[in-house]
Design a protein around this ligand. Sequence first.
Ligand code: PNS
Length: 161
Amino acid sequence: MRRVAVCPGSFDPITLGHLDIIKRASQLFDKVIVLISVNAAKVPSFTTTERMAMIEAVTHGFDNVVIDILDGLLADYVKNVGAIAIVKGLRAVSDFEYEFQMALANKKLYAGAETIFLTTSAENMYLSSSVVKQIASFGGDISHFVPECVHEVIKNRLVKE
Ligand code: PNS
């Protein structure tokens, strides 16, 4: 049986923290679907096409990782593709309540998959897409936070004139 996991997120943009979780998930499952999803609480800075291109560039070498876009409910998608897990990274206690709520809601909507939390690597504890966007918008150095091949795309898009 092929064990499929879904890594959902806004990925606006993808960071080294996301990449670390995707890489580790790809070692645990036969196939990982990185799923660009809509977070109703956020207005994205990058289009889904831009986010997809960035994820494609940084996951290029991972044989069992594919990318998809969702404009609907995560639980429905997970059920439709026969995934057994939703994999998310957990950074700090501050993430917990929100992630716990989503995990419980998703389990209620579709009991066939478990949400699995991977503890973020220590160096990515403080890292988030919003932090990256703030630094980039003021012309700061984002090289410690996002994969090199997407630096330019992010800078060109966000640096204030
Ligand atoms: O990277 P984010 O913004 O923290 O990811 C949150 C995301 C996009 C995974 C979440 O908002 C989501 O699952 N959206 C899809 C729509 C959905 O199923 N919402 C209900 C979740 S309980």
